[in-house]
Design a protein around this ligand. Structure first.
Ligand SMILES: Cc1cc2nc3c(=O)[nH]c(=O)nc-3n(C[C@H](O)[C@H](O)[C@H](O)COP(=O)(O)OP(=O)(O)OC[C@H]3O[C@@H](n4cnc5c(N)ncnc54)[C@H](O)[C@@H]3O)c2cc1C
Length: 477
């Protein structure tokens, strides 16, 4: 065995504040990074071109960070179950390090890589890194995983939080013999999105990489976190952090993010600012809540948490689904949000809740159709957060009470009061009266004149129907 160890990057595309890389670097061995272009993931039917493009940008930045540290990030292409052990064997690596992941696919994959490495007598070192708390550490008094957010938050918030980790990556050059050995392997240059078959990638709205994520965090903490409690609800306002893609791909460490919130809290001048910071910390806790849920209840990835929901008689009208996807439902706030998603790969949280409620409660379409469409479009698409958001909206999940049915008109009146957001994404309504847009009192003739569709369903009729169906399914349980 050589003095070389491999760090296998997955959703942790950074060097700083990385628990596993810090541990690997402390061994005194050379540390080389590896990322596997996993065709099983990329070949799936829930992949967004925007997300792939963003990820490739993050990988390019990470490769540069390795180069500047005097080390290297290698790329292999194929099934990680073959490629990671093959690379470790070729370089006679002493150990392979990686971070745990909560997703069912990742857990199965990691078990298989572990078996293959163990068969080669290569050590494995694994850590929890993407969460502030190991999912096994936050349990109810009965040692059960939480299925309701509020008590989870109270327990999670009461635990001391780990500080950011310092990583001193050693200079780690490959020897001529190792470079020669690598020629026998399918190591590749970082491909482009087009080379991976994603030819229709939308222009990126976010700068990928660690420097951009750090800047985004700093800007949010200086400009917006203090007003977050109120401003986060308005889609026309830049009131949230837009860090979800960075958190998804781990271009920023979660301990670094938390430390920024505690610094902001220490500097907060009034109760409004303190409330804003706490509310934002609660969002970070939602992220961990859904990840621990996916870890403990992997069947969430396949269907509803509540058994009775498996029999829900969805209407599943394909024409209405297409109208929803294309932002042509005739409900301005829904259409604005779907068009923002289609054009940018991102959507404001308030709007995610509105369109998810509309799909499930107004169109009575299975939430899994919406879940998949989001994964096919979102730059920050993440199994745990997306599944959690959809099950919350559909009332099929862990926390179904109260039965949430969003009225798209009252939502628009509350959160897009002057229709700025709607007009931005639905330009045909630009010159239409604000009140008409927000109340839906748009005459068929006006709709026709500006080229905007009639509502595809009647909200009050549909919400009654949904409630009846929901009650019948619960009664049959
Ligand atoms: C139907 C639906 C689908 C969603 N799909 C995703 C998804 O695929 N990926 C994703 O990251 N988020 C998802 N969310 C959660 C939330 O909408 C986004 O995290 C948020 O809009 C991202 O914007 P931000 O970074 O400005 O968030 P901020 O408001 O600044 O919040 C900070 C961070 O906390 C986390 N967070 C915030 N809200 C939630 C939440 N409800 N659940 C889990 N984590 C949260 C995110 O990592 C976010 O970046 C979904 C929500 C719904 C209702």
């Amino acid at each position: 065995m050589s003095d070389l160890v491999l760090f296998w990057h997955r959703n942790d595309l950074r060097i700083s504040d990385s628990i596993g890389l810090a541990a690997a670097s402390r061994t005194g061995s050379r540390v080389i990074g590896v990322f596997c272009i996993d065709r099983l993931i990329l070949g799936g039917d829930a992949i967004a071109p925007a997300r792939v493009t963003y990820m490739l940008g993050c990988l390019k930045a990470l490769a540069e960070d390795y180069r500047q540290a005097g080390s290297q990030l290698l790329f292999v292409d194929g099934d990680p179950v073959d490629r990671i052990p093959q690379l470790a064997r070729t370089l006679t690596a002493r150990a392979v390090y990686w971070h745990y992941d909560v997703e069912p696919y990742s857990q199965t994959r990691d078990e298989r890589v572990t078996t293959a490495l163990q068969a080669q007598n290569i050590q494995i070192h694994t850590n929890w890194d993407r969460l502030l708390h190991d999912p096994n550490a936050i349990k109810t008094g009965n040692k059960q995983p939480y299925s309701v957010y509020s008590p989870f938050w109270r327990n999670w918030n009461s635990q001391p939080k780990p500080a950011p980790v310092v990583v001193e990556l050693p200079k780690s050059e490959l020897t001529p013999a190792e470079i020669q050995a690598l020629t026998q392997l399918p190591t590749i240059d970082l491909p482009t999105a087009a080379e991976l078959g994603f030819t229709k990638a939308a222009p990126l709205i976010l700068e990928p990489g660690t420097a951009a994520a750090a800047q985004q965090l700093a800007k949010f903490c200086s400009d917006s976190i203090a007003q977050y409690d109120e401003q986060r609800n308005y889609p026309a306002v830049a009131g949230s952090s837009v860090l979800s893609a960075a958190l998804k791909f781990g271009t920023i460490g979660i301990r670094t993010v938390w430390a920024a919130t505690t610094s902001a809290a220490a500097a907060a001048s009034d109760d409004t600012a303190r409330a804003g910071i706490t509310t934002w910390q609660q969002e970070l806790a939602w992220r961990e809540f859904y990840q621990q849920a996916m870890y403990h209840f992997p069947s969430l990835a396949q269907g509803p948490y509540r058994d009775h929901f498996k029999q829900f008689p969805w209407v599943n009208d394909k024409i209405q689904f297409t109208a929803w996807c294309e932002g042509k439902t005739g409900y301005p706030i829904v259409d604005a949000a779907m068009r923002q998603l289609n054009q940018t790969g991102w959507m404001h949280n308030r709007c995610r809740m509105i369109v998810a409620s509309f799909l499930t409660k107004d169109l009575i379409i299975n939430w899994q159709w919406g879940e998949k469409y989001f994964m096919q479009t979102l730059i920050d698409g993440d199994l745990s957060a997306n599944n959690g958001g959809w099950q919350w909206s559909a009332s099929s999940g862990m926390d179904p009470k109260p039965l949430r049915i969003f009225n798209p008109y009252t939502q628009a009146q509350k959160f897009d009061r002057d229709a700025t957001y709607i007009r931005k994404w639905v330009p045909e309504l630009k010159s239409v009266d604000t009140k008409m847009i927000l109340t839906g009192d748009l005459l068929p003739l006006t709709r026709h004149q500006v080229g905007y569709p009639l509502p595809i369903v009647d909200h009050s009729v549909q919400q009654r129907l949904f409630k009846e169906l929901y009650a019948s399914v619960k009664a049959a349980d």
